[in-house]
Design a protein around this ligand. Structure first.
Ligand SMILES: [Zn+2]
Length: 233
């Protein structure tokens, strides 16, 4: 046997060994999958987490998408699906111009009891806004945008659609619903007594969230005792 033939035979043997080795390697993962109870990862769960944490917050008004300003980011509000079906008409004598305003039934009852109590103290509490759907909040923005205001300018004073407590049906704006309210006897009465009826000033002066002071905006938070039952009022 010449050296050339001998080399050729060895070379062929090596090739076979390598081929067998790679076939063996390529089968390992398949065997591993077959032997373990392999469950594919639920891919839908991963994008959901990313969606919640990293998706930039925006709102679409009249087909245009606006970025939510930093002040409101992370403060999106999610109304309960049955909110609209739980709305109740606020007694007209506690509404500016005896208008038609709705609040969630528990907030409405608490507001009525509170306004009646204030009445006995000689203070007339009137509201000029209650439940506002996200759709309605968009309309408010749209009107202001048409008049020339920018989205950012409006968001300094009005919660963007999807960020307003009014969509929960528990928030009410007392009249006059502007900075003047802070100087009224109604505001002082609410500061002293609102808490007894479950009403909280959401954006007080120098609030830690950095939101502008909104003295006329109060939200109802159900009063609960330690065992979770509603407190009698
Ligand atoms: Zn308000």
């Amino acid at each position: 046997m010449s050296n050339v033939m001998c080399f050729s035979a060895v070379n062929t043997s090596f090739k076979r060994v390598f081929q067998a080795f790679f076939v063996f390697i390529s089968l390992i993962p398949l065997q591993a999958c077959a032997q373990t109870d392999f469950q594919p990862i639920e891919l839908t769960a991963i994008p959901k987490i990313i969606h919640e944490e990293y998706r930039p917050e925006t709102v679409t008004i009249a087909s245009r998408e606006y970025d939510i300003p930093p002040l409101w980011q992370g403060k999106r509000i999610y109304p309960a699906t049955d909110t609209a079906s739980r709305l109740q008409l606020v007694p007209r004598r506690f509404v500016v111009n005896q208008g038609q305003i709705y609040l969630r039934e528990d907030a409405c009852n608490a507001l009525t009891a509170m306004a009646e109590s204030a009445e006995k103290d000689g203070v007339l509490l009137l509201i000029d806004s209650g439940y506002r759907s996200i759709w309605y909040q968009k309309k408010i923005y749209q009107r202001k945008i048409v008049r020339g205001k920018t989205f950012e300018e409006i968001a300094k004073f009005v919660a963007p659609p999807g960020y307003s407590e009014h969509s929960l049906g528990c928030a009410a704006d007392f009249s006059p619903s502007n900075w003047r309210f802070a100087g009224t006897v109604m505001y002082r009465w609410l500061q002293e007594n609102g808490g007894r009826f479950g009403f909280v000033e959401t954006y007080p002066k120098n609030n830690p969230g950095g939101e502008p002071w909104e003295a006329s905006h109060w939200c109802y938070h159900p009063l609960q005792s330690e065992d979770g039952a509603d407190n009698p009022r």
